[in-house]
Write a protein that binds this ligand. Structure first.
Ligand code: BES
Ligand code: MN
Ligand code: ZN
Length: 510
């Protein structure tokens, strides 16, 4: 697998002395406070930058900007002043978001290459090379576009192919150090964009088999990957997952990814993803309006694949396993019916009252398998599991259900650090009561209220050892069609890769 597809923004680092492109961005401290190169340009151009600042009443507040076109006396075609706000208080994520603004402003400049000057004095919390690298990550992510199926690109029409933004050169005082700092961030960025690609891809192209193949490509970055086919899945008695898959003509796959970056003796951490490549609802079919969005019902699995890529790409010092269940939920003559009772790998029987509550059936088996095989020290599952989580939290928070306060704090802390927000939701006996079945051990439907909570309670029944810290993240609202922001303009957001990468870095790397 190439480190990143050819259409990703190329990012390089250069010294402050090196020749700059005609499109130039300058990071300016609040005030505005011109760094040395900006001062020099202002002098060279007889105050052309100062005049623009005054005319625009530019205070260089965070993420604000001023563009000066064809400045008199300078050879630049366009100079963009980008406010950093108060550099002293800015954290990593503030710089990443600022990088998104940089990517947007310089990307809109009709040029192939742009330069950005990052000169930060000693006041900032992060050293300058890390600031430069964080900004670069933001620009890298902002540059993402899912346009592979648009055969008539704008650029073809007006012959402007050459004006597509392809390269950003970040100038700073220690480009070598900055480049090194960027390497791990680039791996994370590539993981995020891999997840976005998977979510955006339509289901006719990305069936369970194809999804598994995309995951298999992680071998290229040193991840061990096994793909279980239907025969093997049957042998493992994953009756719940198979019940979902049986309505589709496209066979199921379970993918096991392993990254061994930690000590041999150390138990792995496990990530489990719901990979429903398309969710029609099955026989309990969904209404047609908006059903197209269900191509993103593999957002949890996409996040796990993107995360494994990121961990391997930055050679994380951790043992991590990623397991995903890839199926399609279709109505057909072979589909499961409401009222069917299926036997999960754990041995627990499940009464299927609604075939549209399929994600929990898939996860039940994959979670069980992950625990039985790997005895992980911690486990996080990710799933676009319920519409109810969006009713509760909207589309900028994911729901966090967790049986362990320390793990929950770790995830909430990682949310704080990355801006990928989670909100803790309850696990409670009351919700278990709602999924007790008269005819089987458990039913897959909890009734009218607390739909996200009964879904989480269902999953809790498949936690083998109650002492294993386990978190369930319901990302139905955030994985797709979430509010656009500085670093994401895509329908598929790649949500969760940065969050979990941070959790791993903060809590699980030796
Ligand atoms: N994949 C859906 C949840 C979903 C809905 C994700 C909208 C993203 C956007 C899930 O499989 C589902 O259909 N859940 C049902 C559960 C219900 C039948 C208990 C739901 O939320 O309506
Ligand atoms: Mn469903
Ligand atoms: Zn679903």
């Amino acid at each position: 697998m190439p480190a990143s597809p050819a259409d990703r923004l190329e990012i390089t680092f250069a010294s402050l002395k090196e020749k700059r492109a005609e499109v130039l961005g300058l990071v300016v401290g609040e005030g505005p406070q011109f760094p040395p190169i900006a001062k020099q340009l202002d002098d060279d151009g007889d105050g052309v930058l100062s005049r623009a600042v005054e005319a625009a009443a530019f205070k260089a507040k965070a993420k604000s900007s001023v563009e000066i076109l064809a400045p008199t006396g300078l050879k630049e075609k366009r100079v963009v002043l980008i406010g950093s706000g108060d550099a002293e208080g800015a954290e990593e994520n503030d710089w990443v978001m600022l990088g998104g603004v940089v990517g947007s402003k310089l990307g809109a400049a009709n040029a192939k290459t742009a330069s950005l000057v990052v000169e930060i004095d000693g006041e900032a919390k992060l050293p300058e090379h890390e600031v430069a690298a964080a900004i670069a990550l933001g620009a890298y992510l902002r540059g993402y576009k899912f346009d592979k199926y648009i055969t008539k690109k704008e650029s073809d029409e007006d012959g402007a192919k050459d004006r597509r933004f392809v390269k950003l050169v970040v100038h700073c005082s220690d480009p070598k150090k900055a480049e090194k700092s960027f390497a791990s961030r680039k791996a994370i960025g590539d993981g995020v964009m891999l997840a976005r690609d998977l979510v955006n891809e339509p289901a006719n192209v990305l069936g369970p088999v194809e999804f598994a193949e995309r995951a298999e490509a992680l071998k290229g970055v040193g991840v061990e990957v096994e793909v279980l086919d239907v025969k093997e899945i049957k042998k493992k008695k994953m009756g719940a997952l198979l019940a979902v898959a049986q309505g589709s003509s496209r066979p199921a796959r379970v993918v096991v990814m392993r990254w061994n970056g930690g000590k041999k003796s150390e138990a792995p951490i496990a990530f489990i993803g719901k990979g429903v490549v398309f969710d029609t609802g099955g026989i309990s079919i969904k209404p047609s309006a908006g059903m197209e969005d269900m191509k993103g019902d593999m957002g949890g699995a996409a996040c796990v694949v993107g995360l494994m890529y990121a961990l391997a790409g930055r050679k994380a010092k951790v043992n991590a396993v990623g397991l995903i269940g890839c199926v399609e939920n279709m109505p057909s003559g072979d589909a499961m019916r409401p009222g069917d009772i299926v036997t999960s790998m754990s041995g627990q029987t499940i009464e299927v009252l609604n075939t549209d509550a399929e994600g929990r059936l898939v996860l039940a088996d994959v979670m069980h398998y992950a625990q039985e095989r790997f005895e992980p020290q911690m486990m996080v599952d990710l799933a676009t599991l319920t519409g109810a989580i969006m009713v509760a939290l909207g589309k900028s928070y994911a729901g966090l259900f967790c049986n362990n306060d320390e793990l929950a704090e770790g995830i909430l802390g990682a949310s704080e650090a990355t801006g990928e927000k989670t909100w803790r939701m309850p696990l409670d006996k009351a919700f278990h009561k709602m999924i007790d079945s008269k005819n089987a051990d458990v039913k897959n439907l909890g009734g009218r209220w607390g739909g996200a909570c009964t879904a989480a309670a269902f999953l809790e029944r498949f936690v083998l050892d109650k002492d294993t810290p386990w978190a369930h993240i319901d990302l139905a609202g955030t994985a797709m069609d979430a509010p656009k922001n500085e670093i994401n303009q895509s329908w598929g957001s790649g949500w969760g890769v940065r969050l979990l990468d941070r959790l791993v870095a903060d809590r699980y790397e030796g």
